[in-house]
Design a protein around this ligand. Structure first.
Ligand code: WT7
Length: 652
C-alpha cells in the first residue's frame, strides 16, 4: 500500500517554453474551447451528447447512476454492441473499402485489411466461438503477438458478449496461468509464435504449460503466424480451420451498457496483479470521444499509428476500440523499433504516410540516444499530431520529439491516464491548448481532476500534491475482478469520495498540471518531498544525458539522499569532472535541495515490459542491498550488467 508522504511535493522545475497551435490547425480542429464550457455547464449532458456518437439499439434511462458510490453505472438501461459500433456501422455507411489496418510484420510482410474484411473475419470468429460453446459472460484469455487476428479476436469476443482478458505476449507461464485462473477462462486464443528482434519467438509453448496448470481450460485456439514447430494437444484447434469453416453471417445481439467488456490485469511495479474491469457503453463513449478530440482524428484522411502492444490498455483503447469506433485507418506493426534497423519506425511513417503518431517517453528517449540523424533520413512530413503516454515525458524529450519527429510543426499531446481510467483524462487539445514541454496540462472536457494535499484540499497554483479524480467518468473501472474490497481499498480509501490515482502532481502558475511520478517513488530529502521525475528531467536537460532514473537511498544525514543513474547521449564519455558538473547542473536547475548525492553512469536501465523504470531495483543497488524480485523485468540480466559496469561520482 502506498505511504502518504508527510509533506506535499515541492514544486521545483519551471518551464517557460510554450507552443500555441497554428491558426490553420485551430480553425479545422475537431474540438474547440467551447467543449470545456459545455462540459462544465452540465457534465452529464455533455456525456449524454458524446454517447450519441455511438449506435445504440436501446436508449438509456439515466446518464449516470451514482447511488452506490464508488460503483458507477453509466447509461443505465441502454443497449448496444461494441463490435457493431466498431465495424458493421462503418460498412453499412458505405465505408467497407476503407483500410482499417495496414499491417506490417517484422520480417517485412504486409497486408491491408479493409473494414469489410475485418467485419467478415470477426463474424466468422464470433460464430466459431459460439460453435465452440462460448456464451455471453464467459471469459476468454487472449495471448497473441501484434497481428490483426489479435484485434479480430477481441472484437469477436465483444460481439458475443464474452469478456476478454488480453495477456501481454511477453509474459511468462506464471503470469499467464495466474491470470487465466483469476479470470476463470475456459478458452485461450493464441498463436504459434510471433516475430520479435529478427526471430520467431514462441507463444504456444507458454500457453501449453499454463493450460496444464489450469484444469478449467478446455480449448486453445491457435493462429498460425510463424509456422514454427509446436506441440499439439487434444484441446488445441487451428484458428484458420475453425474460423474459415464458420459462417460469415452473424446477427449481433445488443448488450446492456454495463455488460463486462474486458478484464485487463495491471502488473504495477509491486504486488499481486489486479484485474481491472471495464464495461461497455461508457468505455466506448469515452475512448471514441477522446480519440477524435485529443488526436483530432479526421477518419477520411488520417493515417493513425499507436505503437503500443495490444496487451496494454493503450492497445485496447487506442488501437482497437477508440480508433475502430471512429472508423480510423491505422498502422499495426508487429516487431521492435530496432529491427531490422533503428530507423524502422520512421521508414514506416514514410511508407504509410502516417499523420498521427502515439508513442511512449521510453521510446522517445531511446530514439534520442540513437541520434537525430536516423529520423532525418526519412520523409516525416505527413505527420501532423504527436502523442505521448505511459510516464511523465521530460521537457527535453518532449522538445526532441517536437523538433526531430514533428518538424517543429506538430502539436505534441502528453496524455495522462491509467489502465483504471480506461481512456485519456488529462491532455492538451491540439487545436486549443498552447502546449508546454513536459506538462499534461488540463483535464479533458467532462473530466474533473484535482491536485490535493494530505487533507484533501486543492493545492493552489504553484503547489504540489496528489492527483485525484473528483467526479465519476464514463470509462472508469467498475471494480477489481472478484475483489470489491481491493477496489475500495486501493482507489477510494485515501480520500473520501475521490478517486486516488497514486501519482504525484503539481499545478504551475497557470494552473496547468504536471505529473511527478508514482507516489511510491517520491523522495524525502531533509524534510522535503522531491519528485524523481523533476530530478530526472533536470538531468535529461543536460546535453550529454539521454535518460536518467533517480531514487532516494537511505541517508543517515538527510533521511534520503538522491542517487541518479544516467545513460549518456551518443558516444560521449564521462569523467569525475563531468559527474560533478551533472550534480551542479541539477542544483542550478532545481535548487540545492535537489542536488544528487551521487551520479552513476549506466548503459541501460531496468524496465518493466511496458517500459516503465523499476526504481525499486535501483534503490536496492543504491543502498547496496540484495536485489528484490526481478520477475517483472523486461530483461532480467540487466541488473547484473548495471552492477558490473558502474562508474560513479559523488561528492561534498
Ligand atoms: C500510470 C498508469 C495510460 C496507458 C499506459 C499506462 C503513468 C501514464 C502518463 C503521462 C505522466 C503517466 C502514471 C499512471 N502515466 N501516462 N502522460 N504522464 N505519467 O497505463 O500501466 O496503467 O500506468 O502510468 O504513473 O498512473 P498503466
Amino acid at each position: 500500500m502506498t505511504q502518504t508522504p508527510q509533506e506535499t511535493l515541492a514544486n521545483l522545475l519551471s518551464e517557460e517554453r510554450t507552443f500555441p497551435p497554428s491558426p490553420e490547425f485551430s480553425s479545422s480542429a475537431n474540438v474547440t474551447e467551447t467543449a470545456y464550457e459545455e462540459a462544465s455547464a452540465d457534465r452529464l449532458a455533455f456525456w449524454d451528447t458524446q454517447a450519441r456518437r455511438l449506435d445504440w439499439t436501446k436508449d438509456w434511462d439515466q446518464v449516470l447512476d451514482w447511488s452506490n458510490p464508488p460503483f458507477a453505472k453509466w447509461f443505465t438501461g441502454g443497449e448496444l454492441n461494441v463490435a457493431v459500433n466498431c465495424l458493421d456501422r462503418h460498412v453499412e455507411a458505405g465505408l467497407g473499402d476503407r483500410v482499417a489496418i495496414h499491417f506490417e510484420g517484422e520480417p517485412g510482410d504486409s497486408r491491408a485489411i479493409t473494414y469489410a474484411e475485418m467485419l467478415d473475419e470477426v463474424k466468422r470468429a464470433a460464430n466459431a466461438l459460439t460453435d465452440l460453446g462460448v456464451e455471453a459472460g464467459d471469459r476468454i484469455v487472449i495471448y497473441m503477438p501484434m497481428i490483426p487476428e489479435a484485434a479480430v479476436a477481441m472484437l469477436a469476443c465483444a460481439r458475443i458478449g464474452a469478456p476478454h482478458s488480453v495477456v501481454f505476449g511477453g509474459f511468462s507461464v506464471d503470469a499467464l496461468s495466474s491470470r487465466i485462473d483469476d479470470v476463470g477462462a475456459k478458452l485461450i486464443i493464441t498463436a504459434d509464435g510471433g516475430y520479435r528482434k529478427g526471430k520467431a519467438s514462441a507463444l504456444k509453448a507458454t500457453v501449453d504449460e499454463a493450460a496444464d496448470r489450469c484444469p478449467a481450460v478446455e480449448q486453445v485456439l491457435v493462429v498460425r503466424r510463424t509456422g514454427q514447430d509446436i506441440e499439439w494437444h487434444e484441446r488445441d484447434l487451428w484458428w484458420h480451420e475453425v474460423v474459415a469453416k464458420a459462417s460469415n453471417e452473424h446477427t449481433a445481439r445488443s448488450f446492456d451498457a454495463e455488460h463486462p467488456l474486458f478484464v485487463l490485469y495491471t502488473s504495477g511495479t509491486t504486488g499481486r496483479p489486479k484485474g481491472i474491469l471495464h464495461t461497455t457503453g461508457g468505455y466506448l463513449t469515452q475512448t471514441s470521444y477522446t480519440h477524435q478530440a485529443v488526436f483530432d482524428l479526421k477518419p477520411e484522411t488520417d493515417v493513425y499509428w499507436c505503437t503500443a502492444d495490444i496487451g496494454w490498455i493503450t492497445g485496447h483503447s487506442y488501437i482497437v476500440y477508440g480508433p475502430m469506433a471512429n472508423g480510423a485507418t491505422q498502422v499495426m506493426y508487429e516487431g521492435t523499433p530496432d529491427t531490422p534497423h533503428k530507423g524502422r519506425l520512421w521508414e514506416l511513417v514514410q511508407k504509410y504516410g502516417v499523420t498521427i503518431l502515439y508513442t511512449a517517453p521510453t521510446a522517445i528517449r531511446t530514439f534520442m540516444k540513437w541520434g537525430e540523424d536516423l529520423p532525418a533520413r526519412y520523409d516525416l512530413s505527413s505527420l501532423r499530431v504527436l502523442g505521448s503516454v505511459g510516464e511523465p515525458i521530460n521537457p527535453e524529450a518532449w522538445m526532441w520529439y517536437r523538433e526531430h519527429i514533428g518538424g517543429d510543426r506538430c502539436p505534441v499531446v502528453d496524455t495522462w491516464w491509467q489502465t483504471e481510467t480506461g481512456a485519456i483524462m488529462v491532455s492538451p487539445l491540439p487545436g486549443v491548448t498552447a502546449t508546454k514541454p513536459g506538462s499534461a496540462q488540463r483535464a479533458l472536457p467532462g473530466i474533473t481532476v484535482d491536485v490535493v494535499d494530505d487533507d484533501a484540499a486543492s493545492v493552489p497554483n504553484g503547489g504540489g500534491g496528489f492527483l485525484t479524480i473528483r467526479d465519476p467518468w464514463p470509462s472508469m473501472l467498475r471494480t477489481v475482478w472478484g475483489d470489491d474490497e481491493r477496489f475500495l481499498e486501493t482507489y477510494w480509501s485515501q480520500y473520501k469520495g475521490m478517486y486516488f490515482a497514486g501519482d504525484g502532481a503539481k499545478r504551475d502558475d497557470d494552473g496547468d498540471i504536471w505529473l511527478l511520478g508514482r507516489v511510491d517513488d517520491v523522495m524525502l530529502v531533509s524534510g522535503h518531498n522531491i519528485s524523481t521525475t523533476e530530478v530526472e528531467s533536470a538531468l535529461v536537460s543536460h546535453d550529454t544525458i539521454a535518460e536518467a532514473a533517480v531514487v532516494g537511498a537511505t541517508d543517515p544525514l538527510t533521511g534520503q539522499g538522491i542517487v541518479a543513474f544516467v545513460i549518456l547521449r551518443g558516444a560521449s564519455e564521462s569523467s569525475p569532472e563531468h559527474l560533478a558538473e551533472l550534480r551542479s547542473h541539477v542544483a542550478k536547475t532545481l535548487g540545492p535541495i535537489a542536488k544528487p548525492r551521487q551520479v552513476m553512469v549506466v548503459s541501460e536501465l531496468p524496465k518493466t515490459r511496458s517500459g516503465k523504470i523499476m526504481r525499486r531495483l535501483l534503490r536496492d543497488i543504491a543502498e547496496d542491498r540484495k536485489l528484490g524480485d526481478v520477475t517483472t523485468l523486461q530483461d532480467s540480466s540487466v541488473m547484473v550488467r548495471i552492477k558490473e559496469g558502474l562508474q560513479s561520482g559523488s561528492g561534498d
